[in-house]
Design a protein. Structure first.
Length: 277
């Protein structure tokens, strides 16, 4: 064995690992409020000129963490198809399983955090309640377009620790600023945050239809499920729905498998029938 070659390979591996950690620097990608007050500006989206908030669907509850649903690209999704098929059943456990694995929406907006402008545009992730609140403000003609480059409005986020469903989390209370302001007086910064926004669909891994089908098959067959987990980049946190998402994101052992005896045979048949068609 060549000792020098081993040292070279070790150095290369360590350098590669360092580069990967640098690429996945969460503070440069996501804005995740902790308890405290923040002032942020929601930016016009690079990916949708008409609307600044991006709805993205994930599957939760699998050992790989949140998984991007193929519906984000308008494609068929085997997990969603299976959940839809389970909904046709009159069995209560089928409905519970369908609810757990069917795609769930999270929302992302590119923001500039005041006092942290040097970090550029980052993604703020939130749930339906915050999204509905932002929709209501956007529909109010008294406020106008709060993302306007020169005459938009900042938001104050009052993030407080809260106990929801018996678990600790962060609840974000929003207030829109009454005064209109530009994104920044620095033209270079404005250009940067408008054109260099993280793409949530590119950050997370995109699985093929067959790969998702394989994940679902192994999950339904607990004895074959891999023990290793994959840490996702996008995960729910820092808003009023965190505890719900954290709960459904826990890997669980299904009540049946593809070779289920007795009472659950019909569900295994549904899986096989669905993908054999």
């Amino acid at each position: 064995m060549d000792l020098n070659l081993a040292k070279q390979k070790l150095a290369a591996a360590q350098n590669k690992g360092s580069q990967q950690r640098e690429r996945i620097d969460y503070t440069k990608i996501f804005f995740k409020p902790k308890a405290g007050k923040y002032q942020v500006r929601i930016l016009p989206s690079t990916y949708d000129k008409a609307w600044p908030i991006r709805e993205v669907q994930f599957h939760y509850g699998f050992s790989k963490g949140p998984i991007l649903a193929l519906s984000n690209w308008g494609e068929a999704d085997p997990i969603a198809d299976f959940a839809k098929n389970l909904r046709k059943s009159s069995d209560r456990e089928d409905w519970q399983l369908a609810k757990k694995i069917e795609p769930k929406s999270r929302y992302f907006a590119a923001v500039v955090v005041r006092g942290e402008e040097h970090l550029g545009a980052r993604l703020w992730e939130f749930g339906k309640l915050t999204n509905d609140q932002l929709l209501g403000i956007a529909a109010d003609e008294d406020y106008g377009d709060y993302t306007d480059i020169t005459d938009g409005r900042d938001f104050t986020i009052d993030a407080v620790e809260d106990v929801i469903a018996g678990r600790k989390g962060i609840k974000c209370n929003l207030r829109i600023k009454p005064k209109t302001t530009p994104i920044s007086e620095d033209a270079a910064l404005v250009e940067k945050v408008l054109n260099e926004q993280p793409d949530i669909l590119a950050i997370n891994r995109r699985y093929t239809y067959e790969a998702l089908k394989d994940i679902l098959t192994k999950w339904l067959t607990p004895e074959e499920e891999a023990t290793a987990t994959e840490t996702p980049i996008a995960s729910a946190d820092a808003d009023e729905e965190d505890d719900f998402i954290k709960e459904i994101n826990k890997p669980v052992t299904p009540a049946y498998s593809l070779e289920t005896p007795a009472a659950k045979t019909s569900n295994a048949d549904k899986f096989n029938d669905l993908f054999n068609d």
